[in-house]
Design a protein around this ligand. Sequence first.
Ligand code: GDD
Ligand code: MN
Length: 417
Amino acid sequence: MRAFLLLGGIFANKGQSGKSRNGQNFLAIQQDIGDLVRIILPVTEPDVTTAPKPNHIPDLTIVVPCFNERENVRPLVDLLDKALAGLAWEVVFVDDDSPDGTAKEVRAVGRERFNVRVVHRIGRRGLAGACIEGILSSVAPVVAVMDADLQHDETKLADMFALFAADPALDLVIGSRNVEDGSVGTGLSAFRKWGSDLATSMARRALKITATDPMSGFFMVRRESFNTVVLSLQQQGFKILADMLSASKGSWKMREVGYTFRERQHGESKMDSAVTVEFLSLLAVRMTGGLVSIRFILFMLVGLSGLVVHLGVLRGMLGLVPDQFALAQTVAVIVAMTSNFVANNMLTYKDRALKGRAFFRGLLSFYGVCSVGAVANIGVATAVFAVLPYWAFAGFCGAFIGALWNFVASALVTWKS
Ligand code: GDD
Ligand code: MN
């Protein structure tokens, strides 16, 4: 009976195959014929142990965030190839549309090898977000993150992976520069080393982290464990490991493997002062229990800087035109709004900074948003003052609501994604 049905199926398919001999039909026919043969003739199954693997499912994915790292792609893949011989691994480069053509280079290498992929993100920037997307793109049970610039020691990856194989309860292995066998080598300048040490001790204290190198960009995590924290991770910023450690609230079983941080060979570091401010904001986010985002904190910090600018300009203007307070105040408002826009565009919205014509369009919309915010500010402050006549409290309430409005409205209008 089954054979007849299958035969019917075959002929039905055959009838259409002139027009639609697509892969799917063809596969269905092949399978039907295989079933038929098996029903009619008792053939032995192929020996599965000697049959080639049908695909290349990786046991380990290496996620490599990269920006302007074209010259490092091929050398890194070659090093991984040597270091991971015998393992089923793949590498996923996550590139934010680097102007130097990094993604194109990865695709070129990917045409020569089955285990090299690229996640090419357009209109976005950010190290932590790139790591998160790379990890999420993998089907492997264990995922590593490392820099593209050859500063991390790929020869440690196999040892790190072996720890997972040996211990099913292990959640995380950190490549650490601060344990035995680890060092910063010549990879960091004295000033960066000092900053990195300071950040490490701050993170350890503020976030109650016990790891010796929470600033490391080199680690390996079990995919299942990562899934339990991913929803609370900050996309913005550089320090995804510190964020993960904090999100796991000390519940993760962790090991550390020492490595020596190497010097960068090609290209340059993307670490800048914005990274430091982002890191401090990350601490604040975690200390408020994730109530606010890094973006919100940056926006409020920029707002405070705007207050300083405002008072400075007001004072300067009153020196120039002592009897025209309204004029001086107006100029101060415009200058402060403009400086807030520029600072937010550079810092708060660094990942989608407006450029060219969009910059000026954004500036105009920001003026509009802030004007409404100012009306809300005055309205709220006046209303509060009517009930509770404490000028500082009423003033603060007005300013806070105005700033909140500016944050939400500018996110929706000025820097909409
Ligand atoms: N996709 C993407 N998007 N990748 C980025 C971005 C970005 O916006 N910014 C940086 N990267 C990539 C770089 O191309 C590099 O592969 C990696 O992230 C680290 O950036 P570097 O610019 O090389 O950082 P670093 O060497 O100064 O800092 C490293 O060491 C620190 C410890 O001192 C990183 O590993 C940090 O995470 C680590 O904290
Ligand atoms: Mn680096």
